[in-house]
Design a binder for this molecule. Structure first.
Ligand code: ADP
Ligand code: ADP
Length: 229
């Protein structure tokens, strides 16, 4: 079963006179339940593809399906609904609300989600039940990102899209954040896509898509992905 299926995906950004070809005809298959890593130089099109897959942006050309749903055919409202019900996003900077505790930051999402898990259960998954009443400023960077993971996971989305989730963290702290993503993948069956520059992360993935100049230049399959410890 495929979570996503795309063909000939391209994206041209028009800025004034200049056109930037961010994606040049990428074909994409993401099986449901996969842990997938997108690797490649800066500017090679990884974020563009992630944003298109998550319904934050639209391709200039190409086809893209989520299961049987034709994402290209959806109007803006339908695309927003698709995103809200199915996608959890995690970015480099945690975007927690400073005036709310860890638990309240998660409840902001679970209060409006279709099928949420309890905020405390989500904090348990990332090992932070004892930080529920802490404000972001009272948490380390790694802990803040784990709260952001809990917030994304609490919605119980089918897919977690992560754009350099450990980019602002030291490697030891980053590993603990990745473990929480691996837990969501293994224990909840969530499809997880991670953009990273870190080759160590790639060793955890089922597959790695290597990007170059707006194309998926190579697909690497890990028969035995290294389990996060
Ligand atoms: P990566 O994630 O691999 O670093 P991106 O997908 O962010 O690559 O960018 C691919 C190319 O598209 C780059 O040349 C980038 O400058 C350009 N680009 C990305 N977003 C925009 C945008 N909103 N407007 C114009 N150009 C963009
Ligand atoms: P982690 O490995 O999760 O990043 P650290 O070892 O950096 O955690 O931090 C340990 C503890 O110190 C955390 O539980 C946190 O409460 C506290 N702490 C870390 N950084 C800060 C900070 N900038 N402000 C307040 N407390 C902090």
């Amino acid at each position: 079963e495929l979570a996503f299926h795309g063909t000939g995906l391209s994206k041209i950004y028009q800025t004034g006179e200049t056109e930037v070809h961010a994606l040049r005809g990428a074909d994409l298959e993401i099986p449901a339940g996969e842990l997938l890593v997108l690797l490649g130089p800066s500017g090679s099109g990884k974020s563009t593809l992630l944003n298109i897959v998550g319904g934050l942006d639209r391709p200039t050309a190409g086809e893209l399906y989520y299961g049987d749903t034709d994402l290209v055919a959806l109007d803006d409202r339908q695309l927003t609904r698709f995103r809200r019900s199915n996608i959890g996003f995690i970015f480099q900077f945690y975007n927690l609300i400073p005036s709310l505790t860890a638990k309240e930051n998660i409840e902001l999402v679970t209060d409006i989600a279709d099928n949420p898990m309890d905020a405390m259960e989500a904090l348990g998954l990332v090992g932070l039940t004892d930080r529920a009443d802490h404000y972001p400023a009272q948490l380390s960077g790694g802990e803040q990102q784990r709260v952001a993971v809990a917030r994304a996971v609490a919605k119980q989305p089918g897919v977690l899209l992560c754009d350099e989730p450990t980019g602002a963290l030291d490697s030891k702290t980053g590993v603990r954040v990745l473990e929480t993503l691996a837990v969501a993948n293994r224990e909840l069956g969530t499809t997880v896509v991670i953009i990273t520059h870190n080759v160590g992360i790639a060793a955890m993935a089922d597959r790695v898509l290597h990007f170059l100049d707006g194309r998926i230049a190579r697909v690497e399959v890990n028969e035995n992905p290294i389990a996060a410890t």
